[in-house]
Design a protein around this ligand. Structure first.
Ligand SMILES: [Ca+2]
Ligand SMILES: [Ca+2]
Length: 192
């Protein structure tokens, strides 16, 4: 009997050791972020567009966007991605600080499809950078007024906003917004 107890203890200590080594491989372990009375909203498929455009139109100070796909299609009169991209320009024109990072290069090549959005935003005075390093930057991050954060799977393309199955979360919390603003600005400063 005692032998089984010893074997069990050895197995448990091996498991604990391997879990610890896996965690240390993942790098710094952050404490979980617990929000009292958090405002969280799940946005499925087409629900994302309505929420995000309303928040961008209501922005008062700042809109930060880091997006893997941002597809501007000016010849399409009904395209939700166009609406979001134009909402960024409108926010900029009413004095909101808008910064946009769009992915360009990936390990497979280049994302030419993003260049129209880049050009349109730049021509309309929005601060925009192409992420042209060698890494794939797959984010779909929006941060509004240091308070509202969108994370999830929705790209700003007609497919992502209208046709695909996608899930995102809208979070209203200054702490999460602060953490992800730091992430955004680290990236922003690293780009030419
Ligand atoms: Ca289209
Ligand atoms: Ca990149």
């Amino acid at each position: 009997m005692r032998r089984y107890v010893l074997l069990a203890l050895m197995a448990i200590s091996l498991l604990v050791a391997s879990a610890a080594s896996i965690l240390s491989m993942l790098g710094e372990i952050k404490a979980p972020y617990i929000i009292e009375g958090a405002e969280l909203e799940d946005l499925e498929d087409r629900e994302y567009y309505r929420a995000v455009i309303e928040d961008i139109n209501g922005a008062e100070k700042e809109v930060l966007v880091a997006m893997y796909l941002m597809v501007y299609d000016p010849d399409d009169p009904e395209d939700w991605a166009n609406d979001l991209i134009r909402a960024l320009v409108k926010a900029h024109e009413r004095g909101v600080a808008v910064k946009v990072i769009i992915e360009y290069r990936t390990y497979r090549g280049t994302l030419e499809v993003n260049l129209e959005a880049f050009k349109y935003l730049r021509e309309h005075g929005v601060e925009v950078k192409l992420d042209n390093d060698t890494e794939t930057d797959h984010y779909k991050l929006v941060i509004i007024d240091e308070r509202i954060v969108y994370v999830g799977s929705h790209n700003w393309s007609e497919a992502g906003l209208y046709y695909n199955r996608e899930t995102s979360i809208r979070v209203v919390d200054a702490g999460i917004a602060r953490e992800l603003r730091e992430y955004f600005y680290d990236l922003w400063e690293s780009l030419a």
